[in-house]
Unconditional design. Structure first.
Length: 330
């Protein structure tokens, strides 16, 4: 089969599309999927740079955490799907290839109103946002949520899910253009963070009359920690999803203790198959109908053929993308 491969760590020149061995034929509850499109994530960038290896058991040289395609073969214990079903899902790696073999429990049915590229742009970002907000942080109707990097794939997914749940979404970004575009996905208000994180902390005070927000979804990391703690209200929840500004910061315990804050972290890629199956099931039950009715929708920046994977990586690294970058696999 053809696959995107990492021939050497570093720049995009280390990416190649070449013939590799097919994945193993499905046995037990595994399913073989003919991949039609695959989402591109910052995790793929980090893997190319040699900073984020795939978990054990997944290809180390074929990136890809999410995909959309059709079922072409079933293991003898697989009961949920049949050949020809349109499915999308997550995996620990290897999705940017013509075929992928995965447990049937990590697949969900693609709503009929979505094409391959739209479907491939959904699993990682919507599942991450849904799991972080509702499973981990237990977001409730009427609560206030601050979403950093609101123009990212996870950011636009989170804004829509917050809005659909009857909660209030605020957002930050480093550019005014991205925030302007993000408003159509449910942001009540937003602020550009151009200099330092105190800018959003001051904005939160204005928006909430000094009460603070209930939940912060943080895709930025270390540089925002102090202002995050300042922006949370009593019993607020902070969940780390990304570390683009770094992974180490000093924390003021007195603020955490005084406000009785909850601080969490999340990553789908490193979870067990059972945990991924649970996240997939909840996503299918609660987000699937919203996608099918177009109450929430995928946000795609650009679609590239797999052969242009280097350009796709460069698009993400430019920080100009809004929403998801997707590879089509013919």
């Amino acid at each position: 089969m053809k696959a995107v491969t990492i021939s050497s760590f570093g720049g995009v020149e280390g990416l190649e599309v070449r013939e590799v061995p097919d994945p193993p034929r499905p046995s037990a509850d595994r399913v073989l999927v003919r991949v039609r499109a695959a989402g591109l994530n910052r995790a793929d960038i980090l893997q190319r740079l040699g900073r984020y290896p795939a978990p054990p058991g997944y290809p180390q040289d074929i990136p890809g955490l999410e995909f959309a395609g059709e079922v072409i073969e079933l293991g003898e214990e697989a009961r949920t799907w049949k050949v020809g079903d349109r499915v999308f899902g997550i995996t620990g790696g290897g999705a940017q290839a013509e075929f992928v073999t995965v447990p049937e429990s990590t697949l969900a049915e693609i709503p009929p109103n979505l094409d391959w590229a739209e479907a491939a742009s959904i699993p990682e970002v919507f599942m991450t946002a849904h799991d972080a907000l509702f499973t981990q942080c237990r977001l409730q109707m009427g609560e206030r949520v601050l979403i950093h990097a609101a123009g990212s794939g996870v950011g636009t997914a989170a804004s829509q899910l917050v809005n659909a749940a009857g909660a209030i979404a605020y957002g930050t970004s480093r550019t005014a253009d991205k925030l302007q575009r993000a408003k159509e996905f449910g942001l009540t208000d937003s602020v550009v963070v151009a200099k330092d994180s105190s800018e959003f902390a001051e904005a939160v005070k204005r928006w909430t009359n000094d009460a603070g927000v209930d939940v912060i979804l943080d895709l930025v990391g270390a540089k925002y920690l102090k202002a995050n703690l300042e922006s949370l209200g009593l019993k607020g929840r902070l969940i780390f999803v990304g570390t683009t500004s770094g992974a180490k910061a000093e924390i003021d315990y007195s603020v955490v203790m005084g406000k009785r804050l909850h601080i969490m972290g999340t990553s789908l890629r490193t979870r067990s198959i059972e945990e991924k199956a649970t996240a997939t099931r909840l996503f299918a039950q609660q987000v699937g109908p919203l996608l099918a009715s177009a109450k929430v929708r995928p946000v795609i920046d650009r679609v590239f053929p797999m052969e242009q994977v280097r350009a796709a990586h460069q698009r993400i690294e430019s920080n100009e993308s809004f929403g998801k970058v997707v590879l089509t696999i013919d």
